[in-house]
Design a protein around this ligand. Structure first.
Ligand SMILES: C[S@@+](CC[C@H](N)C(=O)[O-])C[C@H]1O[C@@H](n2cnc3c(N)ncnc32)[C@H](O)[C@@H]1O
Length: 322
């Protein structure tokens, strides 16, 4: 997450150290796996790429997990802070102003109009990594049937308690403590959801390839994936980690690991290799002065993405030569 003050300060840092301002992503210019081209092979994404190659060779995805125990511990400590609008998750509360309309409007474009006052009525949404339900609840109020899942049980309890305070959410919002891969393996969940939302979650997963593979399986054909996350650029290190966590402290220290960030190009390539086609990518910008998010052209730090599962089978992957 980044901010206006940070931009000015980072602008100074960038000028002094002659770093290059990242160019906006051209989502049509994808020709090779940037992960494979990365110089330091210890990078998390590179390992994920290697695991994905393993999966293409026919190793069962069930043997992979998105769960990183260190990430679970981080969020266990913060589990009673979810609904403090000025606390550790203030930036997520503020982000609803952009991400709720982003999900709503794209779903309306894909599925057409719902009922008056309940535009998402009739749609089943899975909110992966729902935390305390900050995004789950507004989606439920728009009329969708929403299941929020999170591996941190105490966050799920917080979410359940909070949603029980609003009678309008009864029967519309439910929560479970589990991972996407566990839910996907359960009987009856194949092609069960119209949309998956993973907001500020991808950067906390141990295995993004498993996540994408499960998204494909659990989504109905024509279903949508919505993600908000942080790109892996020099600027995101300066703004998302140094400024946001260490200088301005608007995000709890240690929340993010830079090498777990993913660029829009890498994410698009991963999704599209699984038959989930990206429709739009939009940059997001946080100002600590106004405490508000706004859309911006650059996707160099925070961005939102919408992708749709193809109605036909994904392209055939040729078997690897051993
Ligand atoms: C930054 S919070 C975002 C919460 C919520 N999506 C929101 O934006 O309000 C990241 C969440 O991801 C969850 N998480 C961590 N590892 C996960 C995994 N493997 N699968 C699903 N969720 C995970 C954490 O427990 C935490 O609740």
């Amino acid at each position: 997450m980044f901010c206006m003050t940070s931009v000015r300060l980072a602008g100074f840092v960038l000028t002094k150290s002659r770093l290059i301002w990242p160019t906006p992503v051209n989502k049509y210019a994808i020709s090779e796996c940037q992960c494979a081209a990365r110089a330091h092979t210890s990078c998390t994404r590179h390992k994920q790429h290697a695991r994905f190659e393993g999966k293409k060779r026919g190793v069962s995805p069930a043997s992979y997990s998105t769960l990183d125990p260190d990430e679970v511990r981080k969020f266990q400590v913060l589990a009673d802070k979810w609904w403090d609008t000025r606390g550790e998750f203030a930036l997520l509360h503020a982000m609803n102003e952009l991400r709720v309309p982003f999900v709503r409007d794209n779903l309306l474009t894909v599925h057409g109009r719902g009922e008056i006052g309940r535009p998402l009525a009739g749609l089943k949404i899975l909110d992966v990594g729902c935390g305390g339900g900050l995004l789950t609840e507004p989606l439920g109020r728009l009329g969708a049937e929403v299941l929020g899942i999170d591996p941190v049980e105490v966050s799920v309890r917080t979410a359940e308690l909070h949603s029980s305070l609003d009678p309008a959410l009864k029967g519309r919002v439910q929560y479970r403590s589990c991972t996407l891969e566990e839910l996907t393996e359960e009987e009856g969940n194949e092609e069960a959801f119209d949309a998956i939302v993973a907001s500020e979650v991808l950067e906390h997963l141990a295995d993004l390839d498993t996540f994408v593979h499960c998204c494909y399986r659990i989504l109905k054909p024509g279903g949508s994936v919505f993600a908000t996350t942080i790109s892996r650029t020099q600027l995101s290190y300066i703004l998302g980690i140094v400024m946001a966590e260490k200088v301005l402290r608007i995000v709890p220290g240690g929340t993010h690991e830079w090498d777990k960030f993913i660029t829009p190009v890498e994410l698009e390539r991963l999704l599209e290799s699984s038959g989930i086609i990206v429709q739009s990518v939009r940059g997001m910008f946080y100002s600590p002065l106004s405490r508000r998010w706004s859309w911006q052209q650059s996707t160099a730090v925070n961005y939102s993405l919408h992708a749709v599962k193809q109605k036909e089978e994904p392209p055939h992957q040729p078997p690897a030569e051993d």
